[in-house]
Design a protein around this ligand. Structure first.
Ligand SMILES: Cc1cc2nc3c(=O)[nH]c(=O)nc-3n(C[C@H](O)[C@H](O)[C@H](O)COP(=O)(O)OP(=O)(O)OC[C@H]3O[C@@H](n4cnc5c(N)ncnc54)[C@H](O)[C@@H]3O)c2cc1C
Length: 511
């Protein structure tokens, strides 16, 4: 049944008004639930926000998390899993990015050392963090260690009790003050519930997975989702097929997911005897270290741009962060253009594997872009590549194409965000995402003393660069918490509270 027609559903009147009254909701028959603080998403961003609120002393019953997920790391686990970084693999961020522990101490490396059952197991992570980036690669935790830590913290803070399961549909201003967030639910006597709150926090992750036009065109024309796949959709059949019979795969992209996919393909060659030939296509083929000047250079070579983390380290809490906050809009946008770009960490193990694969003749890089893809002979794909420095296209027949490029679609592909832009005064920033202030408030959506905040990938392009990272999400939560304390909504986490709460964390006691 279309929206606006059923009892207990969004009426035509509600759908078209930017500001709602309690009476309008009552007329539409939508039940209202009071929750002073509502977080929409229920992923890593919501989790760290609730964690901060609980540590600041905020009562559990005042928080609601509207989510489709059963647990906060569900989407992350899915994306890293299909992207070939399963729980037993090391994630990209370092030992101090601890979403389960706002103090960052004990870090994951220290915890791994004290959890080890051998002297070697104890020394290895400590030695690694002491010498990282000089003698060793950055020490990064296993994804499984991150999930375990979050599970313990979720239990400690009572996170599970905040969950309201369903699909958030929209956030609109409430005439009498605050906001209404509409949740569509599958079960129960009503289809929609309106959460009435003073504060809304949006942490919906990636607005959508971005399928590039060539992939969409191929699928539309040939109705084939088997051979040309996106790295962020399940595609285990590609690896299975390539183990069973020799084949050629074209991997597109130069980020960490492309690295992880190549690692998987070469592991399958080494361990399972696969005879796979790998063609690696990169639009920007980086031949050497690069950057505007000596202080902003990035290591690069063999096609890749190398960087430990997805943004320069100084943008988390160093001079780049401070500069971004002080720059005017145009200069800030120029800074974004300078520091953004697809990168992957330089890991000695991966480098060794790539060198071996090159020497064995099973790995080749190409600089260019796919023009289009058609079915080839014997169930193959004919890929037509526009190579760098060449005018025409070159045809290469392969068995599979794995597209590991950009994950983030346009923000209007997300219903809640599209609705915010249309009805609640939200605006886009220079990169086309959601504009937020340095306190992560969506400025156009302010409503009296009430605030609408946003965190995560949807806000990239505003004042803070690493928004889509575990530490960045924690920074956003801390900044929002401070803003709420200024508004008198929660207590500020000062030194004494911080120490006493850390001690509770250490003893695994409720905040
Ligand atoms: C492959 C990969 C590797 C990464 N590795 C790292 C790393 O090593 N270190 C690091 O710091 N960061 C990493 N990141 C980035 C980032 O930390 C994670 O993506 C993190 O999960 C982002 O958290 P989030 O809350 O913004 O989004 P998510 O964790 O994706 O959560 C968003 C949630 O919102 C829900 N949702 C969306 N719309 C609605 C709606 N309308 N109603 C209800 N629920 C909704 C989704 O179902 C989802 O559960 C990585 C990202 C990817 C993709």
């Amino acid at each position: 049944m279309p929206e606006g027609d059923a009892a207990g559903d969004l009426s035509a009147e509600l759908l078209s008004s930017p500001v709602w009254t309690d009476a309008q909701l009552a007329r539409a028959g939508i039940p209202v639930v009071d929750a002073p603080f509502v977080s929409i998403g229920g992923g890593m961003g919501s989790f760290v926000m609730v964690d901060l609120l609980r540590i600041s002393g905020f009562p559990l019953e005042n928080i609601k998390v509207l989510t489709t997920s059963d647990y906060p790391w569900e989407n992350y686990e899915y994306l890293t899993g299909v992207g070939q970084l399963p729980p037993g693999y090391r994630i990209r961020s370092d030992s101090a990015s601890t979403p389960d522990n706002i103090w960052g101490f004990p870090s994951y490396a220290v915890r791994a050392a004290f959890g080890a059952r051998s002297v070697r197991g104890f020394i290895a992570p400590i030695w690694n963090v002491l010498t990282e980036n000089l003698l060793t690669d950055y020490w990064t935790p296993l994804a499984g260690q991150v999930f375990q830590g979050m599970s313990r913290e979720a239990d400690r803070i009572g996170y599970w009790q905040t969950l309201a399961k369903g699909q958030a549909r929209m956030v609109r201003r409430r005439a009498e003050g605050g906001y209404f967030s509409i949740l569509t639910v599958e079960e129960g006597s009503t289809r929609r519930i309106a959460y009435r709150s003073s504060f809304v926090h949006l942490a919906v992750g990636y607005p959508s997975v971005r399928f590039l036009p060539d992939l969409q065109a191929y699928r539309r024309r040939y109705n084939d989702g088997y051979r040309f796949v996106n790295a962020y959709e399940p595609h285990e059949h590609v690896y299975d097929d390539l183990v069973k019979q020799p084949g050629t795969v074209l991997v597109r992209g130069g980020g960490i997911t492309a690295s992880a996919i190549l690692h998987r393909l070469f592991n399958d060659r080494e361990r399972l005897g696969a005879q796979t030939q790998v063609l690696h296509l990169m639009r920007t083929h980086v031949d050497s270290s690069h950057g505007p000047h000596v202080f902003m250079r990035r290591r690069g070579g063999d096609g890749w741009a190398y960087q430990g983390f997805n943004w320069p380290k100084a943008s988390w809490g160093g001079q780049l962060k401070v500069r971004m906050e002080k720059l005017g809009d145009e200069e800030r946008l120029r800074m974004w253009q300078t520091i953004k770009g697809t990168t992957t960490p330089y890991r000695k193990g991966w480098q060794k594997q790539l060198r071996k694969a090159r020497a064995d003749g099973c790995y080749r890089t190409l600089a260019g872009q796919i023009d289009h893809v058609d079915p080839g002979p014997d169930g193959t794909l004919a890929t037509f590549i526009r190579e760098r420095d060449s005018t025409g296209t070159r045809r290469i027949d392969v068995n599979f194409v794995i597209d590991a490029t950009g994950l983030v679609g346009d923000i209007t592909e997300h219903r809640v965000l599209a609705d915010l832009l249309e009805y609640t005064g939200a605006e886009r920033n220079g990169l086309g995402r959601l504009q937020v202030s340095p306190t992560f408030e969506v400025p156009g959506a302010r409503h009296g003393d009430s605030r609408l905040y946003a965190a995560g990938a949807t806000t990239e392009g505003s004042y803070y660069a690493p928004v889509d990272s575990l530490l960045g999400l924690q920074y956003a939560a801390l900044t929002i918490c401070d803003d709420l304390a200024r508004l008198g909504f929660c207590r500020r986490i000062g030194p004494i509270r911080s120490i006493s709460q850390w001690w509770k964390w250490m003893r695994n006691v409720t905040p």
